[in-house]
Every structure is written in structure tokens, then in C-alpha cells.
Design a protein around this ligand. Structure first.
Ligand SMILES: Nc1ncnc2c1ncn2[C@@H]1O[C@H](COP(=O)(O)O)[C@@H](OP(=O)(O)O)[C@H]1O
Ligand SMILES: O=[N+]([O-])c1ccc(OS(=O)(=O)O)cc1
Length: 296
């Protein structure tokens, strides 16, 4: 292994149970673990790049009864505290959540095994969005290219190896989706797929509304479908990260709202990489009935 690659892996710090997390998050780990959830919290849970921003905008539109002005009160990544996020001197995700009146909607990328226990104890609602591994990998690669606080992903072929080995932030994709899939019937979890949202956004929004106990009429439903389509969100400064300093995200390298499609992996994976990926995937996903759509 080249020393540069080793350096990139080491810039993630190994946190609890081998899950790489950024160093500042590790430094605050005790505080994050002892986070006090409230029974009426809704927690949006995703593996990075699975469509977090998309589901956040949908949830907010439903909660604000489609009032666009209310949804513009802050950039989407500031509306819902990101519980394991630490970026001094800004208040941490935990601090933001603590200061928030109930009912709260929060966000996390944590795998099941690292979730602060109070979320289970308080029997909160969890909204999980899963996206196929190959598109997550591609999206994550471009995100790390433009995100200046995360390690440089290096060339694609090296990133491909790191992702397969789970040496990326928040750890292996496989364990993440399998973990949340396993708990979904024991807790109050709505488990959605990015690919289903691409196929039939209206139907998936209805599922979310029902989960949140809201009844949407056709007009409101159509409004939310329109407002949360990729093209509209790409032009929405409250969703597209255009207000984020360039020193944090350099959108000229790769936009946050990049492609928003299913199957972009085909433009990145070589035939040999795809074969290796499939072989490894089959082993890691054996024994689960969780299946993903890799193209539409
Ligand atoms: N309304 C929307 N429709 C489809 N994809 C969306 C979307 N909003 C965001 N995305 C995509 O979701 C990914 C970001 O995920 P997250 O919010 O979890 O970081 C990006 O994927 P791509 O990089 O494949 O385009 C982004 O384009
Ligand atoms: O994957 N990350 O490292 C990551 C994901 C989301 C994130 O939050 S965002 O709102 O800045 O996209 C920051 C870092």
C-alpha cells in the first residue's frame, strides 16, 4: 500500500468498533453517546450520499404544510441538527439539538451499533433512506473531491478499494444498510429506497406523510413533488449548498446536486471493477433479503 493512500486512510480516526469518523467527532464521542433523545424526535438516518438532503427537504415540506417561505428559513443542512457533527467554533450537532424545541427532526449517518442508546429507549421514529452501494460510492467519491474538510479521495481506483474495504467515513455501506434493515421491524422505522423515490416520488412522499401522521391533498402532494424534484432542488440555494464557504465545499470541483440519477456507477466502474465488486457484494450481503435496484 502506498504511503499516500495510507495517509488518507489515517486521516479518518478509528472510532468505536472500527467505524472511521472525522477526528472532531471522535473527540466528542462521549457527549454524542450520552445524547438525550425525546420521545417525539424524528431521526432521519442515512449512509452518506444516499439522499439525505432529498428526504430532509421532503420531510420539511410535509411538516411545514407546503409553506415554501417556512422551508426557506435556513439552508436544509441547518434545519435538522446533525447529531454527530462537530465543527468548532459553530455549535455542535448535539448542542443545536439540545437548544431545539420539540418536536425535533434530527439527522444522523451513524450505523445502528453506534447510535446513542436513548433513541431506542425513547422509542423514537426513524426514517431511513438506502441507496444502492455503487451509486453511493460514486457520489461519495465526488463529494470527497469537493469537500475540503474530508480526506482527499485520491484517484478513483484507490477510492474504489477504500470504499469496498469500508475505510470511509461512517464505515462499510453493507453493515450500515443491513443493520438498519434488521432493526426496522423491532422499532418504528420507515425504510425507503432512493431508487423507489426516483421511480415514483409521489408514492414515496405519501408513505412519508402517512408515517408522520399527515394527510396531504392532491394539490399539496403535487407541490411537494415539484419542489423536491432534482432540477428544482439543484436551483434552490437553500438545498444546493451554494451558501457554504468555498473553503468547506468547492462546488466548482463537483456540485453538491451532482447528477441525482440511478446507475451513474456505469460511467465510473470498469468491467473488472464491477466483477470484483459483485463477488465481494454477494459475500457481504449473503443471508439478507435486502435487495437493491442498480439501474432504472
Ligand atoms: N431531489 C433529488 N433527486 C435526486 N437526487 C438527489 C436530490 N437531491 C439530492 N440528490 C442526490 O443525493 C446525493 C447527495 O446525498 P446526500 O444528501 O445524502 O449527501 C447526490 O447524488 P449524486 O452525487 O449521485 O448526484 C445528489 O445529487
Ligand atoms: O460524508 N460526510 O463526511 C459528510 C456528510 C454530510 C455532511 O453534511 S453536509 O450537510 O455538509 O452535507 C458532512 C460530511
Amino acid at each position: 500500500m502506498g504511503s499516500e493512500l495510507l495517509q488518507r486512510i489515517l486521516s479518518w480516526v478509528l472510532a468505536v468498533e472500527g467505524i472511521p469518523l472525522v477526528q472532531v467527532t471522535c473527540n466528542e464521542w462521549q457527549r454524542i453517546q450520552s445524547f438525550q433523545a425525546r420521545p417525539d424526535d424524528l431521526l432521519i438516518c442515512t449512509y452518506p450520499k444516499a439522499g439525505t438532503t432529498w428526504i430532509q427537504e421532503i420531510v420539511d415540506m410535509i411538516q411545514q404544510d407546503g409553506d415554501l417561505e417556512k422551508c426557506k428559513r435556513a439552508p436544509v443542512h441547518h434545519r435538522h441538527p446533525f447529531i454527530e457533527w462537530v465543527r468548532p467554533p459553530q455549535p455542535s450537532g448535539v448542542e443545536q439539538a439540545e437548544a431545539m424545541p420539540s418536536p425535533r427532526t434530527l439527522k444522523t449517518h451513524l450505523p445502528v451499533k453506534l447510535l446513542p442508546p436513548s433513541f431506542w429507549e425513547q422509542q423514537c421514529k426513524f426514517l431511513y433512506v438506502a441507496r444502492n452501494a455503487k451509486d453511493c460510492m460514486v457520489s461519495y467519491y465526488h463529494f470527497q473531491r469537493m469537500n475540503k474538510v474530508l480526506p482527499d479521495p485520491g484517484p478513483w481506483h484507490e477510492y474504489f478499494e477504500m470504499f469496498m474495504a469500508g475505510k470511509v467515513g461512517w464505515g462499510p455501506w453493507h453493515d450500515h444498510v443491513k443493520g438498519w434493515w434488521k432493526v426496522k421491524d423491532m422499532h418504528c422505522v420507515l425504510f425507503l429506497f432512493y431508487e423507489d423515490m426516483k421511480k415514483d416520488l409521489k408514492r414515496e412522499i405519501q408513505k412519508v406523510a402517512q408515517f408522520l401522521g399527515k394527510n396531504l391533498d392532491q394539490e399539496l402532494l403535487d407541490k411537494i413533488v415539484y419542489h423536491t424534484s432534482f432540477d428544482v432542488m439543484k436551483d434552490n440555494p437553500m438545498a444546493n449548498r451554494s451558501g457554504v464557504p468555498r473553503s468547506f465545499m468547492d462546488l466548482s470541483i463537483s456540485p453538491f446536486m451532482r447528477k441525482g440519477t440511478v446507475g451513474d456507477w456505469k460511467n465510473h466502474f470498469t468491467v473488472a471493477q464491477n466483477e470484483r465488486f459483485e463477488e465481494d457484494y454477494e459475500k457481504k450481503m449473503a443471508g439478507t433479503n435486502l435487495t437493491f435496484c442498480m439501474e432504472l
